[in-house]
Design a protein around this ligand. Structure first.
Ligand code: GDP
Ligand code: MG
Length: 370
């Protein structure tokens, strides 16, 4: 939002500067002709003359993290939930992720060979569910620390023979901070010494109260290693998804978050992107964190080449000039020149930030020596 001097405002309103100064004085504002007026004062004066003020909002287009993505209600459609699996070490997170993939992916996608891209999708009762396949905590914390919120539902895995442990509590805190609903998977039910009631009792302290105890938290008993309870868990995820009313607009340029990225010897920069809104297409111009480019090729979680990816879909892309970081936001542009300009401006900003960091460090060093 810009501002105007008294003289500039007078010119715009086609009035004498002295008249404006007089009006301002009557409103209790003492001003000289070259003084900048704030928006309130400008609006007051304009309303005196029956002129409506249209404030020109200056959008910083390089600030892709804070872009306002407003979609009209009628453009919104249901989208799959994005689910993260969390819990204490050795309670069965990896086993559960593998087990879900094994049970579901071979069912529907004949011949589909899953490929690790950091996330995958399965279908339950005709509804897709997206699982983030990255080590739970690390992904969650690094993404959240970078302001990216990608998870809709958290699955808290607790081994029935071990109960609530320190990282269980950490996981609960992360999910609560992100305001994400929690489903508790009481795992290792096949083990001797499995005590699901103890898990339920221990979790009451963290306000995760099962329906058995009069609460609302969903608990699913399972044995991930034996593929037991997987369908129950997926059904509950679908139930929670419906309650959350997750929506997105597939008919707009895509934006979302980097799940993981690396430099591949043959393919260059390879990044797994989670599309959170809009549809990403091969050929789209992109700004991704401090990198940019064009989607050269796009591969889904089954290793198949795809031409487009809608909301909540993870895809691996090539075509960026450099390797972005997990947690970086991305934004697609219709205009490649614009993407390049914004990408280059962001790179420049980053270089300057690094340079000033270095200056600060060397100054500190200097003072230490003195
Ligand atoms: P993470 O550290 O949470 O990813 O745990 P893992 O998935 O690596 O599992 C740790 C160990 O527990 C492995 O040896 C798994 O085979 C075992 N495990 C996982 N789920 C079950 C289960 O349902 N029953 C039993 N008996 N063992 C399990
Ligand atoms: Mg693991």
């Amino acid at each position: 939002s810009g501002t105007l001097t008294v003289a500039e405002l007078a010119e715009k309103l086609n009035k004498d500067t002295s008249e404006i100064i007089k009006k301002l004085m009557m409103l209790g504002v003492m001003a000289t002709k070259n003084q900048d007026l704030d928006v309130d004062a400008i609006e007051l004066i304009c309303s005196e003359y029956g002129v409506e003020v249209e404030e020109e909002v200056q959008v910083d287009e390089t600030d892709i993290e804070n872009y306002q993505f407003e979609d009209a209600a009628e453009d919104l459609e249901e989208r799959p939930a994005v689910v993260t699996i969390m819990g204490h070490v050795d309670h069965g997170k990896t086993t559960l992720l593998d087990s879900i993939r094994d049970t579901k992916v071979t069912e529907g996608e004949a011949g589909g060979i899953t490929q690790h891209i950091g996330a995958y999708q399965v279908e339950e009762n005709g509804k897709k569910i997206t699982f983030l396949d990255t080590p739970g905590h690390a992904a969650f914390t690094s993404m959240r620390s970078r302001g990216a919120q990608v998870t809709d539902i958290a699955i808290l895995v607790v081994a029935a023979d071990d109960g609530v442990m320190p990282q269980t509590v950490e996981a609960i805190n992360h999910a609560k901070a992100a305001d994400v609903p929690i489903i508790v998977a009481v795992n290792k039910m096949d083990k001797e010494g499995a005590n699901p009631n103890r898990v339920m009792q221990e979790l009451m302290e963290y306000e995760l109260i099962s329906e058995d105890f009069g609460g609302e938290t969903i608990f699913v008993k399972m044995a991930a290693v034996k593929h037991e309870g997987i369908d129950d868990l997926l059904e509950m995820i679908v139930l929670v998804t419906e309650m959350e009313e997750l929506k997105a607009n597939p008919n707009r340029p895509a934006y979302g978050t980097v799940i993981e990225a690396e430099l591949d010897k043959g393919r260059g920069s390879v990044a797994t992107l989670l599309v959170q809104n809009g549809t990403l297409r091969v050929g789209d111009a992109l700004v991704v964190g401090n990198t940019f480019g064009r989607v050269r090729a796009m591969v889904n979680d089954l290793g198949r080449r795809v031409k487009s990816a809608g909301p909540s879909t993870p895809v691996e892309i090539t075509g960026l000039n450099e390797v972005p970081q997990a947690g970086d936001r991305f934004l697609a542009f219709e205009d490649e020149k614009k993407a390049r300009a914004i990408g280059e401006a962001r790179q420049q900003k980053q270089i300057e930030a690094q340079r000033s960091d270095r200056t600060k460090v060397s100054l500190d060093d200097l003072f230490e020596q003195i």
